[in-house]
Design a protein around this ligand. Structure first.
Ligand SMILES: Cc1ncc(COP(=O)(O)O)c(C=O)c1O
Length: 384
């Protein structure tokens, strides 16, 4: 079996698995807010995880608020930043954001009567930084917030988030950066990223699903989001997911340990794409010319439905995804690809192969064989 949907969810990584087996065997299991010894021991374990995560993410423990994952974190931060925004202020987002950001931007734009401006996307899947910089110069302090992801979940295209941070900082405009896909796939530092707020999702880095965190330059800018027992600096009430939070630190250390493999993974991905293109020159590699996550490949054979390719691969035990949102069984081009100006013929054909640092490099050989067989079979059917 080859699992090639890491951008959807990464499997629990080897070190996290080992950690959990030990942890479940030995405990302690207690409420980290209890004053007895077991509670304090649990709390200490979780606070160690916060300190270790902070070190590995390039921030301080005080910058981290644990939560259930990025969707929650994004909702929390936008609520904190935009709840007091004034009618007529501007909210800037991009056309390639995850629905967690898209929907929350629409919500706050409607609720606070903000003008929502969408940064155009270049053909290679990277946002048009010049337009954004122009808007920041033109509108300055009228802008309530700028949001843009660090790496796109479909294409893997890495966005110029450091430049965005610098541009936004000039006018003290809050910059909210959805870093969900870049963490655990490229070397990342919150400090160097420069954003005011960033996010981590446990299930994207090989830690437990249902765990996650917000990184905030200044946590006092966050408002209480879940009212309860005062946990997480009174910002997110509720007994903490201490086991999940501990696995975040282990997952991040695993990435650090394995990160020298990134270059090999990138080369294997590039060779795999070249092999497919040499065989089928009509194949399109989405975001090929952009800086891209080493582990993501987004391929389309125009005229062959991505879902048909996905089914062929699955019959060989290879699990990939397509981007198509299906309505009435009519696959359609994703909004990300539309923002890039990709035609429907290409957009309906895409298949996303996303691996991780623990995937054997040889998998690309097997996936390549299966893709070639699928394209050969399906292009014959297409030509009848
Ligand atoms: C870019 C991006 N942002 C946010 C999310 C939401 O993350 P979570 O599943 O932790 O809520 C995802 C998950 O697919 C994502 O890829």
């Amino acid at each position: 079996m080859i699992y090639a949907d890491y951008n959807g969810s990464a499997p629990i990584c080897a070190d996290v698995k080992e950690y959990l087996v030990n942890r479940l065997e030995n405990g302690p299991f207690a409420n980290p807010n209890s004053i007895h010894q077991l509670g304090q021991k649990t709390l200490m374990g979780m606070e160690n995880a916060r300190a270790m995560s902070a070190k590995l993410l390039g921030c301080l423990p005080k910058n981290i608020i644990f939560n259930s994952g990025s969707t929650e974190g994004i909702s929390h931060v936008f609520y904190s930043v935009l709840n007091d925004a004034e009618e007529g202020q501007i909210l800037i987002s991009s056309g390639i954001e995850h629905s967690a950001v898209v929907k929350v931007c629409q919500h706050w734009a409607e609720k606070r009567k903000l003008e929502l401006k969408i940064i155009p996307t270049l053909e290679n899947g990277v946002i048009d930084l010049n337009t954004l910089q122009g808007w920041i110069n033109e509108y300055g302090k009228r802008i309530a917030a700028v949001t843009c992801m660090a790496a796109n979940n479909e294409t893997g295209a890495v966005q110029p988030f450091q430049e965005i941070s610098k541009a936004a900082q000039k006018d003290s405009i809050p910059f909210i950066c959805d870093t969900t896909q870049i963490i655990g796939k490229e070397v990342f530092s919150f400090k160097e990223c420069g954003a005011d707020f960033a996010f981590l999702s446990g299930h994207k880095i090989g830690a437990l699903t249902g765990s996650g965190l917000i990184m905030a330059k200044d946590v006092t800018r966050l408002k209480p989001f879940i009212i309860g027992g005062g946990q997480e600096k009174d910002l997110r009430g509720g007994t903490q997911n201490y086991l999940g939070n501990e696995t975040i630190a282990v997952g991040l250390s695993y990435f650090e340990k394995m990160s020298q493999k990134l270059q090999n993974l990138r080369e294997a991905r590039d060779n795999f794409e070249k092999r497919i293109k040499d065989k089928f020159p009509e194949v399109v590699i989405i975001s090929e010319s952009a800086p891209r996550l080493a582990s993501t490949s987004y391929i389309s054979f125009p005229g062959i439905h991505g879902q048909a390719v996905q089914i062929e691969l699955e019959s060989q035990g290879i699990f990939v995804t397509t981007s198509s949102a299906c309505s009435d069984n009519e696959p359609s081009t994703s909004k990300v690809l539309k923002a890039m100006g990709v035609t429907d013929d290409v957009g309906r054909g895409v298949v996303r192969i996303s691996l991780g640092l623990c995937s054997p490099i040889e998998w690309y050989e097997t996936i390549g064989n299966a893709m070639i067989a699928a394209y050969e079979k399906l292009s014959k059917i297409k030509s009848y």
